[in-house]
Design a protein around this ligand. Structure first.
Ligand SMILES: *[C@@H]1O[C@H](CO)[C@@H](O)[C@H](O)[C@H]1NC(C)=O
Ligand SMILES: *[C@@H]1O[C@H](CO)[C@@H](O)[C@H](O)[C@H]1NC(C)=O
Length: 393
């Protein structure tokens, strides 16, 4: 009897597993070409993309938006949720912005997903063609504000996997007011001299994982702004760029803090900074707590380890003030490599709110094949293991 049951049972189990692993088989798919998109690099395909999105978003079953091979010209586009079910957004092609940078540069966003709960974006290349825009900025001409390339705002349960972002006008990828966001296997590229082309900026978001990604750009590879909580960054290669930063924080008197951040198993190559916490020198109720920077390699990095609480770029509203941002529980562990400046570790904390609970463990950073130096101000904590440069706390 048992034998008679087990065979059909196995088949049922197999097909259930099969559909769980291959949801695309059962999923209705909305191919953008069916709604008029053309992969010729010239035809404006914004409307067909929106049509495919609204059909997928309105589908009661899990649905897919599919972008086949080809190059699609897209203007500013917002994929609004909430949707009726989970969406898969599969890109086999390349999305490009119009050649004239004014076209996307005035609205702040190029590709925006807003208020979507449950979205997986796979593959693809997006190219904002920012060169003309950077040149305008560099010449100090009259330029638009610039567009972020791809953004998720007020979203939850997001997966972004395998995307390449090229030549963003401004920030490549932003995650704002979102939760449970997984970013993996992405590639970001812009030249080191392209202004303010940060790789990824997270703000007011919780549960964000960034892994197995390669970021080379003109500003921070990753910046965690106020309200970034429960952030895990692993296996990221950064360079060129300004490193991985927490901040700038404390620009405003009332600001959400940053907590529970881990940056691990990552490599920085010829970056301006390695890992950094940066706050404005002015009053604020913000904080940074429970941060782990560990298992990091620095290759010819300007400031490998840095806490700077004296940020005052414009010179107005902050000089001779001190930062209100309270920094506590920051660990730097298992960090090795080379610094291009004599001071490889600078812990420059606020005079009114000292840094507390700093842990230094097994650090070996050399400068010109010799030991590097360190600088500490208002920083308190403990050190153990190898310490090159020496502990200055
Ligand atoms: C940060 O981590 C601690 C310890 O794991 C946890 O108790 C706390 O709830 C976390 N904070 C947030 C905002 O989730
Ligand atoms: C630090 O690293 C350098 C270069 O790899 C190495 O020669 C040196 O022995 C290390 N120092 C310590 C104390 O481990």
């Amino acid at each position: 009897m048992a034998k008679n049951i087990s065979f059909p049972c196995a088949i049922t189990l197999f097909s259930i597993l099969f559909f769980l692993i291959n949801p695309s088989i059962a999923m209705p798919s909305y191919n953008v070409q069916r709604y008029g998109a053309r992969g010729d690099g010239r035809t404006d395909s914004t409307k067909p993309f929106l049509t495919a999105w609204s059909l997928a978003c309105g589908s009661r079953a899990r649905a897919m938006v599919y972008i086949p091979r080809g190059t699609y010209l897209i203007r500013n586009i917002v994929f609004w949720g909430p949707c009726k079910n989970i969406i898969t957004f599969k890109i086999d092609g390349k999305l490009i912005a119009p050649a004239n940078y004014w076209s996307i540069g005035t609205s702040g966003y190029w590709i925006l997903f807003a208020k979507v709960n449950g979205i997986s974006v796979y593959g693809g290349t997006i190219d904002a063609r920012g060169t003309g825009y950077w040149n305008c900025r560099k010449k100090g001409g009259y330029c638009p504000q610039g567009a972020r390339s791809i953004s998720f705002s007020w979203c939850s349960n997001v997966l972004l996997s395998g995307l390449t972002s090229l030549y963003s006008q401004h920030i490549h990828l932003t995650v704002h007011h979102s939760s449970n966001v997984r970013i993996q296997g992405i590639r970001i590229r812009a030249p080191s001299g392209s202004p303010n082309t940060d790789g990824i900026i997270v703000q007011s978001s919780s549960g964000v994982t960034i892994s197995r990604s390669s970021i080379g750009t003109g500003d921070d590879c990753i910046a965690l702004n106020h309200g970034s909580k429960n952030i895990w960054i692993e296996r990221v290669s950064c360079g060129p760029g300004h490193g991985i930063s927490i901040g700038s924080l404390g620009e405003y008197a009332n600001e959400e803090g940053v907590e529970n951040v881990t940056v691990t198993t990552s490599v920085f190559t010829r970056t301006q900074n390695g890992v950094r916490i940066k706050t404005w020198a002015r009053p604020s109720n913000g904080f940074v707590r429970n941060v782990q920077f560990r298992n990091l390699v620095m290759r010819n990095v300007g400031y490998p380890l840095i806490i700077d609480q004296n940020y005052c770029p414009s010179g107005s509203g902050c000089p001779r003030q001190s930062s209100g941002v309270k920094i506590s529980g920051v660990t730097f562990a298992n960090i090795k490599g080379t610094s291009t400046r004599p001071i490889a570790m600078k812990l420059d904390c606020s005079g009114s709110h000292h840094c507390t609970g700093i842990t230094l463990r097994n650090i070996n950073l050399t400068y010109m094949r010799k030991s590097s130096a360190s600088y500490c101000k208002n920083a308190h904590g403990k050190a153990s293991g190898v310490m090159v440069p020496r502990n200055c706390m």
